[in-house]
Write a protein of this length. Structure first.
Length: 109
């Protein structure tokens, strides 16, 4: 499966390629982040079934999202989302703790 994106900062176009192997899914992107082996917004959008910024495609992104469950990549994405949720919760708790400390510094409890 192939998906083409137009760069938001230049005239460049990037291609996301999805390959289904026997037991997993491989996904590549020609953007600078993708070519350096980093996570990129293009691949993540396809994995989430969002093809709203795709300018051409051989398949709908929803087909990729549908084959993810049970794969290593699918499980890794679930773990990523869990970690993001834990981080957001920790950041909220930290913000609350800082406010409590600030109030306590002024004698307000």
């Amino acid at each position: 499966m192939k998906f083409t994106f137009k760069s938001s900062s230049s005239d460049a176009e990037y291609t996301v390629t999805v390959e289904k192997t026997q037991d997993d899914i491989l996904i590549f992107c020609t953007c600078p982040a993708g070519e350096n082996g980093q996570q990129c917004k293009h691949r993540l959008s396809i994995l989430e079934g969002d093809d709203s910024k795709v300018i051409s495609a051989t398949h709908p992104a929803s087909e990729v999202a549908a084959i993810l469950p049970g794969t290593r990549l699918g499980n890794s994405l679930v773990y990523l989302r869990e970690c993001e949720a834990m981080l957001a919760s920790s950041q909220a708790a930290l913000k609350k703790a800082k406010k409590q400390v600030a109030r306590a510094m002024h004698g307000h409890f």
